[in-house]
Ligand binder design. Structure first.
Ligand code: ZN
Length: 321
């Protein structure tokens, strides 16, 4: 008997024994749905909750990266196990409980970007966080996947008791009607979306200048390029820090490995690259914990400097805080 035939025989008899034993048991039901997307961690005395809002596979063309041949982009996507013509774009928001304030950094898609995104509300519920308890929303920039979650599909406020803090430069750029009128058609959609989200809210919106603390332990740092007022946050408590990178880079398998790539959605591509290099160098040199809004869930880890770019090393799951 060949080795293969012998193996088949053994597997066959084992399967028959299992079938005989299991004949009386009911068929195990499929769960058919994903579990909650929640990851908790601590930074000093603060408790953080990463909340998943879903994923969008953004269709891309040869215009996606302005300064690299499309063949190189396709090779990078293939290397990262992504479809050839789509960029995996997951969304992860962050709740910071400082012990005094409950702060939400960026608000997710509000279910208004893709059918595969918009599970933030369900994950808030599963995490035991009442949207009414969020008292401050801090926004990194005004792209729809970061602000749309301020409202639901019916245009109602999701976090009715929250003050909203936005970068002043971001507000000034997007709320300027001259900029709206001068924008190409696809960007006009973003301008109009921002007017919808912030309409009636202006009185409750604080406009901050990066370099200041927006709340105790939440430092704001300018990170322009992706958008004119794009801002990142350093969360400090005790001797621990976390850098909240927002859209300094989108999926790290593409943009950490190729930090010099200028994406079509970066308003100033060269400035976006310079900002990315500066912040990633700092995070790698200081071995800082970082989180990126479009990094794979739980979106949190470290950056290592490599010969040509950076590699993202995700955190280990921690059963205990
Ligand atoms: Zn984004």
């Amino acid at each position: 008997m060949t080795l293969l035939a012998r193996r088949a025989l053994l597997i066959g008899s084992a399967a028959a024994a299992l079938a005989a034993r299991g004949a009386a048991a009911a068929a195990p039901p499929f769960a058919g749905k994903q579990t909650a997307g929640i990851y908790r961690y601590r930074v000093g005395g603060f408790e953080l909750t990463a909340l998943y809002d879903g994923i969008w596979y953004r269709p891309i063309t040869d215009a996606f990266i302005r300064n690299a041949p499309f063949a190189e982009v396709e090779a990078a996507l293939a290397e990262a196990f992504m479809p050839a013509d789509k960029l995996a774009t997951p969304f992860t928001t962050l709740v910071v409980n400082t012990g005094k304030r409950l702060i939400l950094i960026d608000t997710g898609t509000g279910g208004q970007i893709a059918p595969s995104a918009g599970v933030l509300s369900a994950n808030l519920l599963a995490a035991g966080i009442d949207p009414k308890a969020i008292d401050l929303i801090v926004i990194s920039h005004f792209h729809p996947d970061h602000i749309n979650g301020i409202r639901d599909k019916d245009n109602d406020l999701v976090f009715p008791n929250a003050e909203v803090a936005v970068p002043a430069a971001e507000w000034n750029f997007w709320m300027d009607d001259a900029n709206l009128n001068a924008a190409p058609a696809d960007l006009k959609v973003a301008f109009r979306n921002q007017r919808r989200i912030f309409s009636g809210l202006a009185k409750n919106v604080t406009r901050f200048h990066p370099g200041t603390e927006i709340a105790p332990g939440i430092e704001t740092l300018p990170a322009p390029g992706h958008t004119p007022g794009h801002t990142v946050f350093a969360v400090h408590s005790g001797d621990r820090s976390l850098l909240v990178l927002g859209d300094t880079a989108q999926h790290p398998a593409v943009f950490a490995r190729h930090p010099d790539w200028q994406a079509a959605f970066d308003i100033d591509g060269a400035l976006a690259v310079a900002t990315r290099r500066t912040l990633f160098d700092r995070a790698a040199a200081d071995r800082m914990l970082v989180t990126g809004y479009h990094f794979p869930f739980p979106a949190c880890g470290h950056l290592i400097k490599t010969a040509n770019g950076y590699e993202h090393v995700p955190v280990e799951w921690q059963p205990n805080l």
